[in-house]
Design a protein around this ligand. Structure first.
Ligand code: C5P
Length: 243
């Protein structure tokens, strides 16, 4: 089975408000992107990783990739105006013999090896699979006057994360048909095709670094990992232990 991974990293980072692109901010001693790429590169099926980056920031990404070794072939593609545009640009570069395409946000550095493998295997079986976790908070729909419109039934709600994995033909078809649809993940486009998407239970450690407080959480998660300095294992060593 041949797998290629697409990593959208061309966001504008408006919610982070930093000068450097978010994936290049360090957590521990290395950029968020490098944690992410090293985790993905460990998977034995992965042949190549295609990273979408903004033209203006390309040099910064190149420098980072030169400085920190990633154990798989990594190629840069041009990012787009939306996340979907960035993924679409990467899809054009896929190899003919690729069976499964995995899409994973550049800014989710704590993805565990076990989770990557599980979502790939589920996509191989069912065609489309995502990682998700049951929602912990209560979610309200709120209107423009900040009034609650409804309370959504939490038992049915899961937070969608990445990695998301698809048989190549399915993802290509979804992007071909709905490329201009404004969605926030890739599975939404596959759902629009009427194809069932399986949810594989993931981990609450697989956070998306979005705002400055996520950096604080990120540092804490990194410290709690068994192998400090790498993001291969999203299982804390100390939580629950009595000193
Ligand atoms: O902004 P959002 O939370 O959807 O970003 C998720 C991922 O998509 C990030 O890794 C970000 O860099 C990437 N992205 C992109 N191109 C865009 C917008 C976001 O590659 N135009």
């Amino acid at each position: 089975m041949k797998v290629e991974v697409i990593v959208p990293a061309a966001g504008f980072g408006l919610r982070m408000g930093a000068k450097v692109p978010k994936p290049l901010i360090n957590i521990g001693r290395q950029p968020i992107l490098i944690h992410t790429l090293r985790a993905l590169a460990k998977n034995k099926h992965v042949q190549r990783i295609i990273v979408a980056v903004n033209k203006e920031n390309k040099r910064g990404f190149e420098k980072s990739l030169k400085r920190f070794h990633v154990d798989k072939s990594v190629e840069l593609a041009e990012g787009g105006l939306t996340r979907g545009d960035s993924v679409a640009n990467c899809l054009k570069r896929l190899r003919g013999d690729t069976d499964i395409v995995v899409v994973h946000d550049a800014v989710r550095p704590f993805v565990a090896a076990r989770i990557i493998e599980k979502v790939i295997q589920e996509a191989k079986k069912s065609g489309a699979a995502i990682i998700g976790v049951p929602l912990k908070p209560t979610i309200k729909e709120v209107n423009s006057q900040r009034e609650v419109v409804s309370t959504l039934p939490r038992e049915k709600l899961w937070e969608a994360q990445t990695p998301q994995a698809f048989k190549k033909e399915i993802l290509l078809k979804a992007y071909d048909k709905f490329v201009n649809a404004r969605v926030t993940d890739d599975a939404s486009l596959v759902e629009k095709l009427g194809i069932k998407v399986k949810v594989v239970e993931g981990s609450y450690f697989n956070i998306k670094i979005t705002t400055p407080e996520d950096l604080v959480l990120g540092e804490a998660i990194l410290k709690s990992l068994r192998v400090v300095g790498t993001a291969q294992c999203a299982v804390p060593t100390k939580i629950g232990n009595v000193a």
